[in-house]
Design a protein around this ligand. Sequence first.
Ligand code: 2HA
Ligand code: ZN
Length: 273
Amino acid sequence: MKLTEFAFVKEFIAFAEAGWQKGWHERNGGNLSYRVPAEDIEACRDLLDFSRPYAPIGTAVPALGGQFFMVTGSGKYMSNVLSNPADTCALIQLDEAGENYRIVWGLVNGGRPTSELPTHLMNHEVKMLATDGAHRVIYHCHPANLIALTFILPLEDEYFSRELWEMMTECPIIFPAGIGVIPWMVPGGREIAVVTAEKMKIYDAAVWAHHGLFCSGADFDATFGLAHTIEKSAEIYIKVHSVVEKKRQTITKDDFIQLAKDFGVTLTEEFLK
Ligand code: 2HA
Ligand code: ZN
C-alpha cells in the first residue's frame, strides 16, 4: 500500500483540491496541515523514512512533541496537490521538545514545509489543548470576499463577528464564539503565529487583514465547511453593500438570542449589542 492510499492522505488531498476549486489558492497561496492520529502513523510506519535530519520549526510547541503532521510545502501550489502529492506535501515528525521537525515522507524533489509552519503548529497546540485533542486540522486560504471586508470594516473581532453572523442565519450556529481579527502583519514568522494562536484560544477562525483566513476543526469536513461558511457570508456582505449603503432589515439582537436558545449554542454576548 502507498501512503497516498491511506484514508487520511486521500482526505488531505481532496481538501486541497476543493480549496483550489473554490479559487482560494492563487499561485502558491494558502496552506494546510493535519495532526495525524497515532494509530494512522502505526499503520503506515513502514512507508516512512526516519533518516532525514531535524530542522528548526522557528518556534516551540512543547505540547505537540513527538507528533506527526501532514503539511503542504512552502512555495508549492495547492493546484498541484492532487496530481503530485509526494512533490507538494510532506509528513513531518516533531522532536520531543517540539522545537524541530524532520520530513519522514514527501517533498521528494526537495523543499520545506509551509512558510506558515509556526502559525500552523502554534494553532494546533492551542486547539488540541482547548478541545481535549478533538481538533486536528488547520487551514489557511486567501478568499477574496473576506479579504475585501478587511478594507471596509473596523479590524475588530466584534464588527467582523456580528456582521458575518448577520449575513446568513446559520453563521452564529457554525461559529458561535465569533471570529478573531488580526491587523496587517508580516506573514511567515513567529510573531504573527503568537498573535494568531492567542485568537485561536477563543475562536475557531481568525482573519489576517488584507491577507486571508485561518480555520481550525476536528476533521476535514468541519474545517472546510467553516472556511466556506465565513467566505460565503463575506460574499453576501459585499453583494448587499454593493447595492445599498445600509441594510433595510436584518437579523436582530433578539433574533440571535432566540436562535441561540433554540439551537443550544452560546453566542459571545458582547458581540450582541
Ligand atoms: O504563500 O499563503 O501566507 C503561502 C501563504 C503564506
Ligand atoms: Zn497566506
